[in-house]
Design a protein around this ligand. Structure first.
Ligand code: UD1
Ligand code: UDP
Length: 366
């Protein structure tokens, strides 16, 4: 029996890794262990609860206002004994966070094979998103398995000289998760509050947007709420205090904006399914919203998810207040513009990505 250790630490990694962990645990071919770094605490635990995944190890690294130095060094030091004890045949990491980078680096130091789920996403701007573009590129250098969600991602890896036998196009495991969360008869008190209005769902957290860009983004959002009486906005705020302070300053006291705690993923997906559009700087939401046919205004200068832009469901609006306001207002006012963006396409696979990943591991490891 081969031993697989899955390592993850933030909300989005957990959402996209739990389907893989569950699939692995369904198979008697693998002894599957989970090590969470705890880079996120509450937002990680929410996901583990929803998927009913228990961690075998918890490095518990998170503290308030942690820096990139804190996260990387704490993980590197605390994961070493776990890897030495478990001696896994392969370690699975996901995406592009500091957890991903530090775990892959630790495996490289100990010469343990790495499988990278969601490999090959690129903006080719090393500072955007920051530090994620660096993280994902460095993992590609060491990974034995690059599980690319799309052929675009595969082509990036090939162009960088990664041998084709190390690349596998699998789809994105977020679609696996999405298939299990959306419920026809879903109800929630916050959705009842928004009933009869057009609901905009928003999120914001990117490191490069902290400070002035967040102020501009939130001012644009407040203007939308004030100028469109039939619109209500729900914003589950990321737990980063640097985000919360600005949100408090710019968005409190407007009765058509509701600031709420982070939703668990089942709730969030169902809120998204009932919204008219999404305003976000998130990565994962850019993959989920096209599958649900929801127009997304991406409050970033660049994206590593061009598939939704090509399909017409995503628009990059940057962080300029006026541009965000005008683009959002146009979507709300012009039904043709709205219809052109609102059609469900699914560039990220059929919801069987986790099955494919496990099959590839079985065929190559067993
Ligand atoms: C991290 C990832 C980013 C990913 C995002 C998903 C890095 C460098 N960044 O960014 O790629 O898009 O997660 O959300 O890996 N906090 C809590 N409780 C939580 C989570 C966060 O209190 O459950 C607070 C803490 O004060 C923490 C701060 O948020 O210090 C920032 O967390 P951190 O993981 O450093 O950065 P994110 O912006 O969440
Ligand atoms: N999400 C969630 N609750 C929320 C906001 C987002 O479960 O209140 C989910 C969302 O559906 C997506 C993921 O979290 O799957 C995106 O995470 P985030 O925006 O934190 O990180 P990113 O994708 O930008 O790395």
């Amino acid at each position: 029996m081969k031993k697989v250790l899955a390592v993850f630490g933030t909300r989005p990694e957990a959402i996209k890794m739990c389907p893989v962990v569950l699939e692995l645990r369904n198979s008697s071919d693998f002894d599957t262990r989970v090590c969470v770094t705890g880079q996120h605490r509450q937002m990680l635990d929410q996901v583990l609860d929803v998927f009913n995944v228990k961690a075998d190890y918890d490095l518990a690294v998170m503290h308030e206002r942690q820096t990139l130095f804190d996260i990387t060094t704490h993980i590197l030091n605390r994961i070493k004994p776990v890897l030495e004890l478990e001696k896994p045949d392969v370690v699975l990491v996901h995406g592009d966070t500091s957890t991903t980078f530090a775990a892959a680096l630790a495996c490289f130091y100990l010469q343990i094979p790495v499988g990278h789920v969601e490999a090959g996403l690129r903006t080719y701007d090393i500072y955007a998103p920051f530090p994620e573009e660096f993280n994902r590129r460095t993992v590609s250098i060491v990974a034995r398995y690059n599980f690319a969600p799309t052929t675009t991602a595969r082509d990036h890896l090939l162009a960088e000289g990664i041998p084709s036998e190390k690349i596998f196009v699998t789809g994105n495991t977020v679609i696996d998760a999405l298939k299990t969360t959306i419920k026809e008869n879903y109800v929630h008190p916050d959705l009842q509050w928004a009933e009869g209005s057009r609901l905009i769902l928003m999120t914001a957290h990117r490191r490069e947007n902290l400070g002035e860009p967040l102020h501009r983004m939130f001012r644009a959002v407040r203007r939308i709420a004030e100028n469109f009486p039939d619109v209500k906005i729900i914003y589950p705020i990321h737990m980063n205090p640097a985000v919360r302070e600005v949100a408090d300053m710019e968005l409190r006291g407007c009765d058509r904006i509701r600031l709420i705690e982070p939703l668990d993923v089942l709730d969030f997906h169902n809120f998204m399914a009932r919204s008219v559009l999404v305003l976000t700087d998130s990565g994962g939401i850019q993959e989920e919203a096209p599958a649900l046919g929801k127009p997304v205004l991406v409050m970033r200068e660049t994206t590593e998810r061009p598939e939704g832009i090509d399909a017409g469901t995503l628009k990059l609006v940057g962080t300029d207040e006026e541009t965000i306001y005008q683009t959002c207002a146009e979507l709300l006012l012009d039904q043709d513009v709205y219809n052109a963006m609102s059609h469900a396409v699914n560039p990220y696979g059929d919801g069987n990505a986790a099955k494919r990943i496990v099959k590839i591991l079985r065929e190559t490891l067993i």
